[in-house]
Design a protein around this ligand. Structure first.
Ligand code: F6P
Length: 325
């Protein structure tokens, strides 16, 4: 096995707080092992367009506490085509890159898996997404910060809901995943949670409102943006129609969930998997995501890491039901 001397590093897909901490960890670990790092801007799009620049220990100073990604990010349509991937591979070859570290989520790893099978290029991935929807890691980088941003916002909504005796439908992120809604629903004392993974539909919510305690002055319903019931506004419309006595409002939290200073948990997670990623490439790993399971570094092939397999812990929903009486 030839020792890797030069690696490329990129962030791709939706940004997540803690990505900068991961970038810092990868660059500094590479320096520790005398490996050169080439930063690639704007994910696969930048790889195709040759947006490459050298990174050293100093270039990642003072970023561990910053949200977003200094490498910028994008969702690339071109990389989904064989022609796009060929262009990307040629760019990597022209720059003498012998391995890649990808920071992102499901789409990033799907691209990495296809690329790693087509070309002789070792790729390892770091789980960077607020959605927490990857197998092979207990938590993804950004999730902890995002759920704390959500409960901070919902606590504020609760204040005004309480003052006005209102019911709020709060929509959180997670196009295909209810994991943000699930945890923040429990943490903010929600009445009900509507998420895409379960077959609990809007009727379950209606039952809850029909049969639940009537003397509560405020009610919060957490909805994941990807759920099938038609989105928060549609749910709000149906609730208003069925329960005209409730003073109902809808609040969409949106992209504030993706920004902000990463939490301590996210910085530490990013630092741990960042170090492990460089060591993994040195040890000959390829086509794997580096995560942490039960506090130990774990290596999961990209095809297993991707979200279709993530199971919802049914106990979480039961907890909401029990605690919201
Ligand atoms: O992938 C993370 C995520 O924030 C999802 O929760 C959300 O559905 C999506 O990205 C939004 O993407 P965009 O910023 O491209 O609209």
């Amino acid at each position: 096995m030839t020792q890797i001397k030069k690696i490329g590093l990129y962030t791709s897909g939706g940004d997540a707080p803690g990505m900068n901490a991961a970038i810092r960890a990868v660059v500094r670990t590479a320096k520790y092992y005398n490996i050169e790092v080439i930063g690639i801007r704007r994910g696969y799009e930048g790889m195709i367009n040759g947006e490459f620049f050298p990174m050293d220990g100093k270039s990642v100073a003072n970023i561990i506490q910053r949200g977003g990604t200094i490498l910028k990010t994008a969702r690339s349509e071109q990389f989904k085509t064989p022609e796009g991937r060929r262009l990307a591979y040629d760019q990597l070859m022209n720059h003498g890159i012998q391995g890649l570290v990808a920071i992102g989520g499901d789409g990033t790893f799907t691209g990495a898996r296809i690329f790693g099978n087509e070309y002789d290029m070792p790729v390892v991935g770091l789980p960077g997404t607020i959605d927490n929807d990857l197998n092979g890691t207990d938590f993804t980088i950004g999730y902890d910060t995002a759920i704390n941003t959500v409960i901070d916002a919902v606590d504020k909504i609760r204040d005004t809901a309480e003052s006005h005796d209102r019911l709020f439908i709060v929509e959180v992120m997670g196009r295909d995943s209810g994991l943000i809604a699930l945890r923040t629903g429990i943490a903010s004392g929600a009445e009900a949670i509507i998420i895409p993974e379960t077959n609990r539909d809007i009727n379950a919510l209606m039952d809850r409102l029909e049969n639940g305690r009537k003397d509560k002055s405020s009610k919060i319903v957490m909805v994941a943006e990807g759920e099938d019931a038609g989105g928060a506004f549609e749910i709000g419309r149906q609730v208003k129609e069925k329960f005209p006595n409730y003073d109902t409002r809808v609040s969409i939290l949106g992209h504030i969930q993706r920004g902000g200073k990463p939490s301590c948990m996210d910085r530490v997670l990013a630092s741990r998997v960042g170090v492990a990623a460089v060591e993994a490439l040195r040890d000959g790993h390829r086509n794997e995501m580096i995560g942490i399971v039960h506090n130990e570094i774990s290596y999961t092939p990209f095809e297993h890491a991707c979200k279709h397999h993530v199971e919802i812990n049914a106990n979480f929903l039961k907890i909401v039901e029990i605690l919201s009486i």
